[in-house]
Ligand binder design. Structure first.
Ligand code: AKG
Ligand code: FE2
Length: 328
């Protein structure tokens, strides 16, 4: 086995406090990967295809996205190296403002732990955020700065297509996406994936989330009341619709319920970049989508109140939120 940071997962049987209640755990029934989830070529200005995917699956893959392969592979490498740092190095991280490291020692539900370690930090505006990022591995900041810059461009491109598809003016959703939060997830191999979860069923508190998951499966979404698996396509990104897009679109688009399951063979890593409004933004349905036939379905809500109420960034919501400058 590779050098591992911590030993909590290096066990033959799943410890009792990692076993989720029956209604949450994946169980032993197979959940097949759905090959109907659209893979959208972004080189073709595919507004209609994106809108159809958003309506039918609330999620889609994108290829021809413009993010260089080397940027992705360097990022995955430094993220792997980060999670393999000695425990005392990682322990220093949690004390640095704005950057949060959570190990599986945090309880997720009813005393059950997630089978996951995770690192979260804001990453836009870049200059303001970089000083809070981990300094080890030494290439972390350089690699991630390139990655989040590329993801910013990609997210604006996708939001522009969705703005158009919803009939909103150009730049409408882009203007509501001033904050970007990166979550790097590390799910070690698990002796019994039927009992455990990398991430519980949730919706992201974002407008959209751009997820990179390499070539190891583990993401599942709810479609028509059933769990379905999402393929892991190397060098493609998964776009997940978040709560804020559901509100702004006045329910025309719905957020994606999803979770991450574990596997018995190898460590899976994913990088989720959440594209969010700023904390003091009032999020409400776009005026052009509200009329007599389609009355407003959501109360205007201050984004930071939404996030605090829903604990959108987990147990450390407050420290992440308070770090982001309110004037942004
Ligand atoms: O690891 C995954 O596939 C999902 C990650 C995720 O949903 C999240 O970080 O919010
Ligand atoms: Fe998520």
């Amino acid at each position: 086995m590779n050098k591992q940071t911590s030993s909590w997962f290096n066990v033959e049987n799943v410890p009792q406090n990692y076993i989720f209640p029956e209604e949450d755990r994946p169980g032993s029934l197979p959940i097949p990967v759905c090959d109907a989830i659209p893979v959208i070529d972004l080189g073709k200005s595919p507004t209609e295809e994106i809108m159809k995917a958003c309506r039918e699956f609330r999620l889609f893959h994108v290829t021809e996205h413009g993010v260089p392969e080397a940027v992705i592979s360097d990022t995955m490498r430094v993220v792997k190296d980060f999670f393999e740092l000695p425990e005392d190095e990682i322990a220093k991280i949690s004390s640095e403002g704005g950057c949060v490291y959570t190990s599986s020692n945090c309880f997720a539900k009813d005393g059950a732990h997630l089978w996951r370690d995770c690192l979260k930090h804001p990453c836009h505006p870049l200059e303001q955020c970089i000083p809070y990022w981990p300094q080890r591995p030494t290439e972390y900041r350089d690699a991630l700065a390139k990655y989040v810059g590329e993801i910013r461009k990609l997210s604006l491109k996708i939001l522009e297509l969705i703005s158009k598809g919803l009939g909103l003016e150009a730049g409408y959703l882009g203007a509501l996406s001033e904050v970007q939060i990166l979550t790097a997830n590390n799910y070690p191999a698990c002796p019994d994936p039927t009992l455990t979860l990398g991430l519980l069923r949730h919706c992201d508190p974002s407008l959209i989330t751009i997820l990179y998951q390499g070539d190891i499966r583990g993401l599942q979404i709810v479609k028509d009341g059933q769990w379905i698996g999402v393929e892991a396509l190397p060098n493609a990104f998964v776009v997940i619709l978040g709560n804020q897009l559901e509100i702004i679109s006045n329910g025309k688009l719905k957020s994606t319920e999803h979770r991450a399951v574990t596997n018995p063979n190898e460590t899976r890593r994913s990088i989720a970049t959440l594209i969010n409004p700023s904390p003091n933004c009032i999020v409400k349905p776009a005026d052009v989508l509200v009329n007599d036939l389609s009355p407003s379905l959501y109360e205007p809500t201050l984004y930071k109140d939404f996030v605090l109420r829903s604990k959108g960034f987990g147990a450390f919501t407050k420290s992440i939120q308070s770090y982001i400058k309110s004037e942004t």
